[in-house]
Design a protein around this ligand. Structure first.
Ligand code: COA
Length: 202
C-alpha cells in the first residue's frame, strides 16, 4: 500500500467511500450521497502543496483517502487547516488512517500549517480515538448543532498545534492522559517516529 496524490480517476472510489460514511450517520453532516461531479471542484480547486488530497492505494484499489482543506476562506485562517480521513469498510482497523494522518502532520509542518483541526460528531468514537491518539485535544464542544434523522447531534472540534518542522507542540501531560486511557500512547510513538526526536527528552 502506498500514499499518492488523488486524481480525477479516483473520484468514483472516493465518493463511494464517502457515501458509505454518509449512510452511517456517524461521520459527516452530509445527509445525501454525493456525486462524482460534485466532487470535481473540490479536487481541482486546491493548492496541492498546502491542501493535499491523498489516497491510500492498495494494489490499484483506493482503500482510503485523506483531505486537508481550508478551515475558513478568510486569509488570516490560512495557517489553519481541517483534516478529514475516510477508510473503506473492508480496510478498516489496519492502521491505514493512522498512516495517512501521520503523513498529513509531517507534511503540514513543512507546508506552513500551524494548526490542524478536525470537526467530528461527538458520537464518532473511532474517529475521536484516532485523532486523540495523535495528541489532538478537544477545543470545542458544540451541543446539538446538527440534526440527523430527527436526532440532534453534538460536534466536537479537535485541534493540534504543529511547529515549522511538523513537530507537534503537544502538552506532554495530555499525551500521558491519552496513554492512561488507551494503555498505548501511539500518538507519542508515531510522533517520535516522525521526528526521530523522542518527545520524552524534550
Ligand atoms: C475513523 C476511521 C477513519 C479509522 O480508520 P482505520 O484505518 O480503521 O483506523 P486505524 O486502523 O488506523 O486505527 C487507528 C486508531 O483509531 C482508533 N479506532 C479506529 N477504529 C476504531 C473503532 N472502530 N473503535 C475504536 N477506536 C477505533 C483506535 O484508537 C485505533 O488505534 P488502535 O488500533 O491502536 O486501537 C474509519 O473508521 C472511518 O473511515 N470511519 C468513517 C469516516 C470517519 O468517521 N472519518 C472521521 C471524520 S474526519
Amino acid at each position: 500500500m502506498n500514499i499518492r496524490d488523488a486524481t480525477e480517476a479516483d473520484l468514483p472510489a472516493i465518493a463511494e467511500i464517502y457515501n458509505v460514511a454518509v449512510a452511517s450517520r456517524q461521520s459527516t453532516a452530509d445527509t445525501e450521497p454525493v456525486s462524482v461531479e460534485s466532487r470535481l471542484p473540490w479536487l481541482r480547486n486546491r493548492d496541492r502543496a498546502t491542501r493535499p488530497l491523498w489516497v491510500m492505494d492498495a494494489d490499484g484499489a483506493v482503500a482510503a483517502w485523506l483531505s486537508v482543506d481550508s478551515f475558513h476562506s478568510r486569509p488570516a485562517y490560512n495557517i489553519t487547516a481541517e483534516v478529514s480521513v475516510y477508510v473503506a469498510t473492508a480496510y478498516r482497523r489496519r492502521g491505514i488512517a493512522r498512516r495517512l494522518l501521520q503523513e498529513a502532520i509531517r507534511h503540514g509542518g513543512s507546508a506552513g500549517t500551524r494548526t490542524f483541526v478536525a470537526l467530528i460528531f461527538g458520537h464518532n468514537e473511532p474517529s475521536i480515538a484516532l485523532f486523540e491518539g495523535f495528541g489532538f485535544q478537544r477545543w470545542a464542544h458544540l451541543p446539538g448543532v446538527t440534526e440527523l434523522d430527527g436526532v440532534e447531534r453534538d460536534v466536537v472540534i479537535l485541534g493540534l498545534r504543529i511547529d515549522g518542522r511538523g513537530a507537534a507542540r503537544i502538552n506532554h501531560r495530555q499525551v500521558l492522559r491519552a496513554h492512561d486511557k488507551k494503555n498505548v500512547c501511539f500518538g507519542c510513538l508515531e510522533l517520535e517516529e516522525i521526528f526521530s526526536n523522542p518527545l520524552h527528552q524534550r
